[in-house]
Ligand binder design. Structure first.
Ligand code: CP
Length: 317
């Protein structure tokens, strides 16, 4: 695998999940693969799970790891070409990226959407510049429009817990006090659309995702109707995608919070969320603490999804 930014880069999902479960059962089987190889993880935004799980995955493979928080201790980076750099940004990404590439074998990048300019966000300028100028294999640790390591971990978690060949999986919008990118729901939809699951997306009107991510999913504006008979409920907030409201909060309606009364409409569904989660905005305490909550197994599988991706990249060096 050269780069990993979306579901297509991983190839057939059944093989990827099989490899993930094998690695999970024997995660130190390939420690020689990463010997004398260095992973550089570059964060333009905060992280708990991605930082820890990806570093652990690299260590499982015998790699050395360098972590750079761009906004803490590094020079402030200019990302636009043609800008007269007379402000507070001391270095341009076009020099910084190839320099970073000198010190490592593989690069992971986290760079969220700015939520101001839809075209700019959906062009994925930052991660694409890393792919173009670093000279190294690059993987996404959440970019502007997708979070594929999370979605791969979500898929592994569903495969581990499903009791039907074709489960009903529902992605539901839920309220949040701050505007959040569409990367997690876009990516979850992209990966679910690559399976044969019965996949439904529910959200208030105005929160439609980009058509290329909605794909074959059924969109249901009545959240209760969407929950009926579901096997997995995947909750997430996102800001509006559609113009002219791109990046805006249109609703904080807490009648969309996932609670026990709505979960009772499902077929004893599991509850999923990528974390971090705002309790009693996105989901009530009793639902996230219930035995049907998979939020911790999902987070645990982040180590496994990252390890599959890193292993495949190391094998391609
Ligand atoms: N789910 C996830 O990516 O968590 P972090 O933002 O903490 O990395």
């Amino acid at each position: 695998m050269k780069h990993f930014t979306n579901v297509h880069d991983i190839g057939p999902l059944d093989s990827a999940v099989k490899e993930a479960l094998e690695l999970k059962a024997n995660r130190f089987a390939h420690t020689a693969l990463g010997k004398n190889r260095t992973l550089m993880m570059i964060f333009f935004n905060s992280s708990l799970r991605t930082r820890l799980s990806t570093q652990k995955a690299a260590m499982n493979l015998g790699m050395n790891v360098i972590v750079l928080d761009v906004n803490q201790g590094a020079w402030k980076l200019e990302t636009e070409r043609g800008v007269i750099m007379d402000g507070d940004k001391a270095e341009h990404l076009l020099e910084a990226i190839p320099v970073m590439g000198c010190y490592c074998d593989i690069i992971g990048v986290r760079s969220f959407a700015g939520l101001k300019d839809r075209d700019e966000d959906y062009e994925e300028r930052v991660i694409n510049q890393f792919i173009r100028y670093s000279g190294r294999p690059v993987f996404s640790m959440e970019a502007a429009t997708r979070h594929p390591l999370q979605s791969f971990a979500d898929l592994i978690t569903i495969e581990e817990h499903k009791t039907k060949a074709r489960p009903k999986v529902v992605l539901t919008w839920a309220p949040h006090p701050r505007a959040l990118p569409q990367a997690v729901p876009n990516s979850f939809a992209e990966w679910m659309n690559a399976t044969d699951y019965d996949f439904v997306i529910t959200h208030p009107e105005g929160y439609e995702l980009a058509p290329e991510f909605v794909g074959r999913a059924r969109v249901e504006y009545d959240q209760r109707k969407a929950f009926e008979g579901a096997d997995f409920i995947y909750a997430k907030n996102w800001a509006a995608y559609a113009a002219p409201n791109y990046g805006r909060i249109l609703s904080t309606d807490r009648s969309w919070t996932v609670d026990a009364e709505k979960m009772a409409l499902t077929d004893n569904a599991f509850f999923m969320h990528c974390l971090p989660v705002r309790r009693n905005m996105i989901v009530t305490d009793d639902v996230i603490e219930s035995p049907r909550s998979l939020v911790i197994p999902e987070a645990a599988n982040r180590e496994i999804s990252a390890q599959v991706v890193l292993k495949r990249m190391l094998e391609s060096l």
